[in-house]
Ligand binder design. Structure first.
Ligand SMILES: [Mg+2]
Length: 210
């Protein structure tokens, strides 16, 4: 087995406060019940249309197109067409940096390990999420789904990451708050850490690096 060289981290929900809190706050502010979102997404899937969020995260549609598709899908559920203009802005207002995980990245770098960021994200949100923490100081490489045209858990985005950093899967730890993304990484041979809370994820990473 090779020595671990790199820690690859997710962004939302790992380096930030949980995303579900941000979604809840967004839904409160626009006055749309979470159940309606679920029904709208289900209707899209039943029509055999691609998931708008996945399309947005792969950079195949713009944020404006995403908002229009979501509003159109919500219309029959709500009985009126909602205003969804500031989805990203409201989401980020409810999201804060997670100092414990940001420190972990700094600690592992200080200990001589390499670090990269692998994020499912949105082109139009790049300046906003990058302004939350010093991304370029924390990571040597950033792989953003919206710019590479595929998203976790697609194996291709992990393979692309490994190619860019020039490492084998077992030389890398991958941290994500979505288990499906961790499972896909483990399938390819990376060491997976499923983030559930900061202390647990920190302990698992330190144990793998010890
Ligand atoms: Mg996440």
């Amino acid at each position: 087995m090779s020595r671990i060289e790199m820690v690859i981290s997710d962004f939302g929900g790992v380096l930030t406060t949980p995303l579900f809190e941000a979604f809840a706050s967004f839904q409160d502010q626009v006055g749309i019940p979470p159940k309606s979102f679920g029904l709208a997404m289900k209707a899209i899937a039943e029509k055999g249309e691609p998931n708008p969020l996945f399309e947005l995260e792969c950079g195949r549609i713009t944020e404006l197109e995403f908002q229009q598709q979501l509003a159109a899908a919500l219309e029959p559920v709500l009985g009126h067409r909602p205003e969804i203009e500031s989805f990203g802005m409201l989401l980020f207002e409810a999201l804060d940096p997670n100092p414990g995980m940001i420190d972990l990245i700094r600690e592992v770098r200080r200990d001589g390990f390499r670090t990269s960021l692998l994020t499912n994200n949105v082109k139009e949100w790049e300046a906003t999420w990058r302004s939350m923490m010093p991304i370029d100081e924390m990571f040597e490489t950033v792989i953003d789904s919206a710019f590479v045209g595929c998203r976790k858990p697609d194996p291709r985005i992990y393979q692309l990451t490994l190619e860019r950093v020039g490492l084998e899967p077992d030389q890398c730890i991958f941290i994500d708050d979505m288990e499906i993304n961790v499972d896909a990484a483990k399938e390819l041979g990376l060491h997976g850490v499923h983030f559930r809370e900061t202390a647990q994820a920190r302990a698992e990473v330190h144990a793998l690096l010890a």
